[in-house]
Design a protein around this ligand. Structure first.
Ligand SMILES: [Zn+2]
Length: 50
């Protein structure tokens, strides 16, 4: 959703814990902070607006 495609790509791979809202890397099965498996992909619109 930003100007930086690289940053958007990185954000799209981030998983956010629903419990403690910690950011986890792609492929994470559990939250690195609280160990919860309630992870949600942080996906904003990856389409670039022009
Ligand atoms: Zn967590």
């Amino acid at each position: 959703m930003g100007k930086f495609a690289v940053a958007d790509a990185a954000l799209s791979k981030i998983w956010v814990c629903k419990k403690c809202k910690a950011r986890n890397k792609a492929g994470a099965e559990k939250c690195r902070k609280c160990g919860s498996s309630y992870l949600r992909p942080k996906r904003k619109d990856t389409r670039v607006k022009k």
